[in-house]
Design a protein around this ligand. Structure first.
Ligand code: FAD
Length: 464
């Protein structure tokens, strides 16, 4: 008996696997299904049974309006030509070779989930952790254990001057009452309620004009009802022509965003302290030299900095020790390599041109595309991923004819997962989790949703 000829493509839909159901992955599915020229079927595959990536596990729980973007993403996953496949990790459960049997094209949208390091002595002492861990904890990411944080120290240092650093400082400085109507898992809320933290030190290596945080985040911090935010007036009394005692960026040339930040900080610095129970202290021109402690963190040695004549950051040699029982580093996020997919270890991204993945020889990897943070690094807001994913999809659709003409006849994803014995979840399972979280909120009389916590809780609801 001769084996049957592989089925020739019959002009059926273009099958696209999108790896990652964060904003970039979902927006890629959206761009694919919005057009009419090429019929498509899209599988959005995520290692978690819950979609939306950092919208669910990154955006701060008290930013309820921003989290509302999930409603728009939900409509995409409910499109008849889109399917959500949860609990399947690319690289372990599923390989690129598997996907070559099941799909004509793959869009990697796996984000940038690993924190960057400060590279200072003492960084790995117990009590010195990545802000990523802390964010995962309060967002209820199933990879982080509930017991991960106890908050039994009065002083915390947060290193970084981006929006994530401000999020982390704000959550630490808020009272449990202020967080009650968020989706924070109940046991995490209880730990926050029992927190002994009184002072949060925010360390920014550069000055207020160079800080990466944006005005809305800064406003939120400065308006905390239960915490005094202390800004040293000398650090924000900036001569427009001489910043940091060296460089001379004209205030007029500095981005409008930075000017707004400076205005907010200046106004705030001139205000009286209110004697509130908690304090957030902003330290500009301060970089960590060493995390101090023997068996665990007991402080951070900080060196003052300035910009030299060429605008480069330089240490002044003057150091101060800030006592602290916990250090959270928030100095950036980085992508992780995906097995079988080219990776640029310097940029920590997948090399690409116009969203087409490029190999080490600068050749296009046929059928492979990339979108979101793993494509361009950890920058931009949620909306940035929409235009970014749309650009990638434009390239993919330009290649559609060629992809369909030569790709092998697709085998179904289920067949491959079944062959492997990989249990997976679907969109209905996610809706079960979604409902269980809404029910929990009702029972606890807390907002719209209270997140379940941990793999076990998800499995119970899904009934695996
Ligand atoms: C702490 C934090 C707070 C933020 N707050 C805001 C905010 O308030 N407003 C705003 O506009 N932006 C905010 N951002 C930025 C925003 O979240 C990002 O722009 C956006 O999430 C990036 O989208 P993405 O799809 O590339 O990555 P992600 O959102 O990270 O999604 C990646 C997805 O891929 C999945 N995945 C990863 N590896 C695999 C694998 N091997 N196999 C299968 N699936 C995999 C992950 O589970 C995840 O679901 C925040 C970012 C962070 C880190």
């Amino acid at each position: 008996m001769t084996s049957p000829e592989p089925e020739q493509p019959t002009g059926g839909p273009l099958r696209v696997a999108v790896i990652g159901s964060g904003p970039a992955g979902v927006y890629a599915a959206d761009a694919l299904t919005r057009q009419r020229r090429v019929p498509v079927r899209v599988d959005v595959i995520d290692r978690l049974p819950t979609p939306y990536g950092l919208v669910r596990y990154g955006v701060a729980p008290d930013h309820i309006k921003i989290k509302g973007v999930a409603r728009a993403l939900r409509r995409v996953l409910e499109h008849p030509d889109v399917r959500f496949v949860g609990g399947v990790e690319f690289g372990t459960d599923l390989t690129r070779a598997d996907l070559a049997r099941t799909h004509h094209a793959v869009v990697y949208a796996t984000g940038a989930s690993v924190d960057r390091r400060m590279d200072v002595p003492g960084e790995d002492l117990p009590g010195s952790v990545a802000a990523t861990d802390f964010v995962n904890w309060y967002c209820g990411h199933p990879d982080t254990e509930l017991e991960r944080f106890v908050l039994d120290t009065e002083d915390v240092v947060v290193v970084g001057a981006g929006n994530v650093a401000l999020d982390v400082a704000r959550i630490l400085a808020k009272t449990a009452d202020e967080l009650r109507h968020t989706d924070i898992p109940q046991p995490v809320l209880e730990t926050l309620a029992a927190s002994r933290v009184r002072t949060v030190h925010l360390l920014a290596r550069r000055g207020p004009l160079q800080a990466k945080f944006t005005a809305p985040e800064l406003r939120d911090l400065l308006a905390l009802p239960g915490a005094d935010v202390v800004v040293d007036p000398r650090q924000v009394d900036i001569d427009p022509t001489a910043v940091g005692g060296g460089a001379t960026p004209e205030l007029g040339e500095v981005a409008r965003a930075a000017r707004t930040n400076l205005k907010l900080l200046r106004e705030h610095a001139s205000r009286e302290r209110r004697g509130l129970p908690r304090t957030v202290r902003m330290h500009f021109w301060a970089r960590p030299k060493e995390v101090l402690g023997q068996d665990r963190v007991n402080g951070v040695r900080v060196e003052s900095t300035r910009l030299d004549a060429d605008g480069r950051l330089t240490g002044t040699g003057e150091t101060t020790d800030i006592p602290a029982g916990m250090v959270l580093r928030s100095v950036g996020y980085a992508g992780v390599p995906l097995p079988g997919v080219p990776f640029d270890p310097r940029g920590r991204t997948v090399p690409q041109e116009g969203g087409r993945v490029m190999d080490a020889d600068g050749e296009v990897v046929r059928g492979d595309y990339v979108a979101g943070w793993i494509k361009r690094g950890a920058t931009g807001v949620i909306g940035t991923n929409k235009s970014d994913a749309a650009a990638t999809v434009r390239s993919l659709l330009e290649d559609a004819e060629e992809l369909c003409s030569t790709a092998p006849a697709p085998v179904s994803l289920e067949e491959v997962l079944d062959e492997r014995g990989i249990a997976h979840s679907d969109y209905e399972d996610w809706l079960r989790i979604d409902t269980a979280e809404a029910d929990q909120a009702m029972e606890l009389d807390r907002g719209e949703r209270v997140k379940l916590h941990g793999w076990e809780a998800y499995r119970r609801v899904i009934g695996e």
